[in-house]
Design a protein around this ligand. Sequence first.
Ligand code: AMP
Ligand code: ZN
Length: 142
Amino acid sequence: MAEDVKDCIFCQIVAKKIPAFRIYEDERSLAFADINPLAEGHVLVIPKNHAVNLMEITPGDLAAVHQASQKVATALMKAFKPGGITMLQLNGLGANQVVMHYHVHLIPRNRPKDGLTILEWEAKPGDMKAIEKMYKKLIEAF
Ligand code: AMP
Ligand code: ZN
């Protein structure tokens, strides 16, 4: 895993030092095919500038990546006509982020037959006292 920008695999894709199926790009963002697709049409959208995660990316790059994601999602719907598209974005080892360069996953879905059960969960009512405690702690952090 690269901490250093020069070793970052996604920076190398941006610089065309390693190949990728480049689907869309503009001044600030790049979309390319994930090489371990969870479904047909699994695409990653990244900022061209290196940023590790949601907390570090600049507001301008964040906006650009999500605007590019909207364009890619529209093309995915047109090309594959899935039942829907899941957008996933992981931050930190504890969240199973593997590549330490901010990226959005766009994953076309056709539930339930696509078998991506990891992307499904059952709603279980929370403890309101615990939610209130969480709320107070989070508000304090702002
Ligand atoms: P994560 O950091 O867990 O959100 O996921 C990293 C994603 O990057 C995985 O889905 C990998 O399949 C994908 N990936 C890693 N290296 C490459 C590459 N060279 N080209 C395209 N996708 C890649
Ligand atoms: Zn990078």
